[in-house]
Design a protein around this ligand. Structure first.
Ligand SMILES: *[C@@H]1O[C@H](CO)[C@@H](O)[C@H](O)[C@H]1NC(C)=O
Length: 367
């Protein structure tokens, strides 16, 4: 309340000041022989007025309406945060979720319902989220494995966020069965596979070869690609959500780096930093084509010259892969090191005439 009053006072004061400024400018220029009937308004005043207008709009949007009792009061930390750092504009479209997320008592434990709103907000494009001043719950793991394929202490996962209450409950394809994970990325059964031994071999033999040291796995689930690459002494960071299952928690328990990042978010990596980017199952035809284009160009941004893009089993209708996605990837102008298309033979694949595409592409060294 105090903060709002202060802001309001400041606004009124600056308004009066600006009006005074404007009127004096006009009066003083009136008697001049200048033929221009509209004397120019100084730029800094225009900017000031714009700022004031934006602030008023902003506050009127956020001010709780005193006549309606259904609107929850705006959490003061949210108001404060809007002054400190800009919130992603998509947050504005989900005020209820945002209020739920920011509704907590500062310096106390964060309410579970408040924290539960974080991922739905991120998935709706509200990212980065505002920071909060409360204590999120966490547990101390009983023991931590030194190998990313050893069993993890699952009692350190906060299970109340999930329907399942232990790791065995999940479908073994989701990445929580570490015995099964241990065999992934190692074998070659069809042309769609690119085992790690082959990948590192190719990387060494390529023209302009440089070692693979740093990589990013986009939508990498529980981090198994990072785990396998760790054995090769390659550092892989994994972007992953915890949608319905503790993917972030699992990756962290395995000693891998999970980035809680949705697919539509700009990659938090500087330009030209990475040797390899892998797009796995999460990156697929369910992403709108235009969003996919932005994603691919952001991948290009973070890859170093001569770096590698691995599109791992992308799937779609055969005609779309040929006419839409193939050309989309082609726009990057990368060298095709591997380009394999194969029929998707499961029920929905056969029904919809779908194919898989596995591609390994090298970014040009210079443009
Ligand atoms: C990874 O690094 C360790 C320690 O330096 C070394 O012993 C091992 O041979 C390396 N592994 C590979 C695949 O390069």
């Amino acid at each position: 309340m105090g903060l709002n009053l202060l802001l309001l006072l400041a606004m009124v004061a600056t308004n009066i000041l600006s009006l005074y400024h404007l009127s004096t400018t006009m009066i003083s220029t009136k008697p001049s022989p200048n033929p221009n009937p509209n004397p120019p308004v100084p730029d800094h005043l225009l900017r000031q007025l714009q700022t004031i207008r934006a602030t008023i709009n902003h506050l009127t949007r956020l001010q709780p309406n005193p006549t309606t009792t259904t609107t929850a009061a705006v959490p003061s930390d949210l108001l404060l945060y809007t002054q400190l750092s800009p919130i992603a504009s998509a947050c504005r479209h989900h005020p209820d979720l945002l209020h739920q997320y920011m509704n907590y008592t500062p310096f106390s434990p964060c309410p579970a319902i408040s924290s539960a709103a974080a991922e739905p907000l991120i998935l709706r494009g509200c990212h980065p989220l505002p920071r909060r001043r409360c204590f999120s719950s966490s547990k101390q793991p009983s023991s931590l494995p030194t190998n990313p394929f050893s069993p993890v202490p699952e009692n350190s996962i906060l299970w109340n966020n999930y329907k399942c209450k232990n790791l065995n409950c999940f479908n073994p394809d989701l990445g929580f069965d570490l015995k099964k994970e241990k065999t992934k990325f190692l074998s070659y059964k069809t042309d769609l596979d690119l085992p790690i031994s082959q990948l590192t071999d190719i990387a060494k033999k390529l023209k302009n070869a440089a070692p693979l040291r740093l990589a990013l796995d986009i939508g990498g689930g529980t981090g198994t690609f990072a785990a396998q690459m760790k054995q090769e002494n390659v550092t892989v960071i994994t972007t992953t959500m915890s949608l319905g299952a503790p993917y972030n928690e699992m990756a962290a328990l395995r000693g891998l780096v999970p980035l809680h990042l949705p697919l539509q978010q700009r990659l938090p990596v500087f330009d030209g930093m990475l040797d390899l980017v892998r797009c796995g199952r999460a990156v697929n035809r369910w992403i709108p084509v235009q969003a996919m284009e932005f994603l691919l160009y952001d991948v290009d941004r973070v890859l170093r010259g001569g770096g590698l893009l691995w599109v791992d089993r992308f799937f779609g209708k055969a005609v779309d892969v040929e006419k839409v996605y193939g050309p989309l990837i082609g726009k990057l102008g990368y060298k095709k090191v591997k380009w394999a298309v194969g029929k998707k033979t499961d029920a929905s694949g056969v029904k919809n005439g779908e194919v898989y595409l596995t591609a390994l592409l090298q970014k040009p060294v210079s443009r």
